[in-house]
Ligand binder design. Structure first.
Ligand SMILES: NC(=O)C1=CN([C@@H]2O[C@H](COP(=O)(O)OP(=O)(O)OC[C@H]3O[C@@H](n4cnc5c(N)ncnc54)[C@H](O)[C@@H]3O)[C@@H](O)[C@H]2O)C=CC1
Ligand SMILES: N[C@@H](CC=O)C(=O)O
Length: 358
């Protein structure tokens, strides 16, 4: 049976949830999926780094409170995250990047992804920075080194929006996308409607694992701006930069406006959209809208998100599901590893068939 050795870069909510999946369900996943998973390295800004090429014992790490983790005292551990050394030199098959998203320049995650691909390692990431700001270049780098760059979780967490559009919409022309793409702001708007104030609602979203390390990105729309960029570039074939996308968040809407709208059957939502024009150019924007109750996105509540694809042959197709959450996003990483396995297994089979060995 194949086995993939994982190097986890960043050990916050999402990568820790992936480690839990590997620890708790590794055997049943192996039976179902036909490959095993093993964690051989973990790096984190706060905890340091830990390496065991025979496989890290995850039990004590998962038993510790996240804030208490300190790898320094463990065999193979260090206070220094040693990201570049771990990514380039510790033998692993897949580098799983889940550090903070930096909407400005994507760093240091962008470098983490580059180092891994240059070293001939597959990458899966939930980090929106590298995908939005350098997705095409990173895909080219992956192709050059014969490895995969997967990022399903960068848009709508574990809900398979990108893979649905890329694998199931063959023969359709997608003319635009529109959706609610941030779990935190959607959750916060719902809680404000219920009478909770903004700081308390944000604190709840942080506790639930939905919010960015700096929740300003959720509230001011920058997180959705990156997701719209990813969708526009991946699905509409655009080449947008952040400054091409108008961005307004939800901080300008007062609680009274939210509750007043609700009393009139309207619901404030943070909506991101990208539309292809007749000349092939793409317009994209992020802004709060008060949607009437009959609008398909009006009923999307809490951390649930939705993306509608406008197509020529099917009209509008909407994919809805979790937009945030630690376990939900860890599932996105698992789905990326499954995609890597399937792609490379079929590539190997093709080579064997061509050389008449099967
Ligand atoms: N939590 C969610 O629902 C979702 C998160 N994402 C993205 O996934 C990534 C991870 O999210 P979470 O785990 O929720 O965030 P988190 O804030 O819980 O964890 C990030 C971890 O990365 C570590 N880190 C930061 N910079 C580092 C560096 N230079 N080297 C090593 N470690 C570093 C931090 O110490 C922290 O433990 C973020 O980029 C986020 O935008 C994407 C979809 C959903
Ligand atoms: N902070 C983000 C997490 C997923 O990208 C959100 O709330 O949607």
């Amino acid at each position: 049976m194949s086995r993939y050795d994982l190097a986890l870069i960043g050990f916050g909510g999402v990568n820790r949830a992936l480690a839990e999946l590997v620890f708790q369900r590794g055997d049943s996943l192996a039976e179902e999926l036909g490959f095993a998973l093993r964690v051989v390295a973990i790096t984190d800004l706060r905890a340091g780094s830990l390496v065991d090429t025979d496989g890290i014992d995850l039990a004590p790490l998962l038993a510790a409170e996240p804030g208490e983790l300190d790898f320094a005292g463990l065999p193979g551990g260090s206070t220094d995250p040693r990201n570049e050394w771990v990514i380039r030199h510790v033998p692993s098959d897949v580098v799983v990047e889940a550090t903070f998203t930096n909407p400005a320049d994507g760093e240091p995650a962008l470098s983490h992804v580059r180092w891994a691909l240059e070293s001939g390692k597959h990458v899966c990431t939930t980090n929106k920075g590298p995908v939005a700001l350098a997705g095409q270049a990173l895909k080219a780098l992956a192709a050059e080194h014969g490895v995969s760059f997967e990022f399903e979780g960068s848009v709508l967490s574990g809900t398979p929006v990108l893979r649905t559009a890329q694998s199931l919409f063959g023969g359709l022309e997608i003319t635009g996308v529109e959706g609610i793409m941030n779990g935190t702001s959607n959750y916060v708007l719902g809680r404000i409607e219920e009478g909770v104030d903004l700081p308390a609602a944000i604190a709840e979203a942080q506790e639930l694992g939905y919010a960015e390390a700096d929740p300003t990105a959720d509230i001011e729309g920058h997180d959705v701006q990156l997701k719209v960029m990813i969708l526009a570039n991946e699905v509409l074939g655009a080449d947008l930069r952040r400054e091409d996308i108008f961005c307004e968040g939800i901080s300008t809407i007062t609680p009274d406006e939210v509750r007043d709208a609700a009393s009139k059957g309207l619901r404030w939502k943070l909506v991101g959209s990208a539309t292809r024009n007749e000349d092939g150019s793409v317009d994209a924007r992020v802004a709060p809208l008060a949607l009437p109750s009959h609008h398909p996105l009006a009923g999307i509540s809490g951390p649930v998100n939705a993306v509608s694809f406008h197509t020529d042959l099917l009209g509008t197709v909407t994919v809805s599901g979790p937009g945030a959450g630690r376990i939900e996003t860890a599932y996105a990483l698992l789905s990326d590893i499954i995609a890597i396995h399937q792609r490379h297994t079929s590539a190997t089979r093709r080579v064997l068939q061509e050389t008449h060995l099967v």
